[in-house]
Design a protein around this ligand. Structure first.
Ligand code: CAA
Length: 261
């Protein structure tokens, strides 16, 4: 499958690298891009060879500078609801993808770009990247999940400050607030992210998927129901081949090679 607004390659064993590719518009998310993103996610969810996905932006200036403002000009409230719904649908699909998704943030992550970051499982960032939700400067609010996911990530008070000011924040600040898991120089960014992704790709895929689902469920469940879900996920893994592979490899002092079954 080929795309106009996305580049995809397998960059290491089991690791997929998706590049948002509209550098002239600082990788702003337009209609075509969302449509291709949806097709891409369907494709990747069927591909057992990809065990970890990295998302980054084309060019050295921007990860994603938000929704395409030019496309939003003159939209009716009804059209805007459709736009918001479609963006949320794609970002929910990223969150629910079985494989981990790492945001590899190489530059501006603003508006919808920041919301894309929030839908990923964790963030490796260039120390030169800039983050923000500038929607209030346009007379809008975040519409791709930002009002819901940011507070759950950095806490409600910091989320309100970011959202109400619309200001741009440094990667260092967001690292200190816990949104960014690893902060590196622009030169090291891709290699560092690939190294982390390669480690994940070598782990038991069903176990990693269950861990992702169980951690994600924390958001919507009480601690009692969450612990119950953890028991379900934990116990179900005892019927997988990978569990046998992992335990036998430990006992035989070998490196496990997991089949994903
Ligand atoms: N939509 C459409 N085009 C965009 C864009 C966006 N979000 N961001 C940048 N571009 C375009 C610019 O219009 C410009 O195109 P032209 O060369 O054709 O004029 C090109 O990308 C380069 O941008 P700049 O010249 O502005 O570059 P800069 O270095 O001076 O500034 C920037 C960089 C600070 C990121 C600035 O481009 C900017 O503020 N962009 C908009 C950021 C923003 O407000 N994002 C939120 C969008 S709303 C949203 O996302 C809603 C939602 O939640 C659903």
């Amino acid at each position: 499958m080929t795309f106009n607004t996305l580049n995809f390659e397998t960059c290491a064993d089991g690791v997929g690298l998706l590049q948002i590719n509209r550098p002239k518009a600082l990788n702003a998310l337009n209609e075509e891009l969302f449509s291709e993103f949806k097709s891409f996610l369907n494709m990747i969810s069927e591909d057992n060879n990809i065990r970890c996905l990295i998302i980054t932006g084309a060019g050295d200036k921007s990860f994603v500078a938000g929704a395409d403002i030019k496309e939003m000009q003159n939209m009716s409230p009804q059209q805007a609801r459709t736009l918001s719904n479609r963006g949320q649908e794609v970002f929910n699909a990223i969150e629910q993808l079985a494989v981990p998704v790492i945001a590899c943030v190489n530059g501006f992550a603003l508006g919808g770009g920041m919301e894309l970051v929030l839908a990923c499982d964790f963030v490796v960032s260039s120390n030169k990247a800039k983050y923000g939700l500038p929607e209030v400067s346009l007379g809008l609010i975040p519409g791709y999940g930002g009002t819901q996911r940011l507070a759950r990530s950095i806490g409600v008070h910091r989320a309100k400050m970011m959202t109400f000011t619309g200001n741009i924040y440094s990667a260092q600040e967001l690292y200190e607030w816990g949104l960014i898991s690893k902060l590196v120089s622009p030169e090291e960014l891709l290699e560092e992210t690939q190294n982390i992704a390669s480690v994940i790709a070598q782990r038991a895929p069903v176990a990693v998927a269950k861990a992702k689902a169980s951690i994600n469920a924390m958001r919507d469940l009480s601690i009692t129901d969450g612990l119950e879900m953890e028991q379900d996920c934990f116990s179900s893994l005892f019927s997988t081949q990978d569990y046998m592979t992992g335990v036998n490899a430990f006992i035989e002092k070998k490196k496990p090679v997991f089949s994903g079954n």
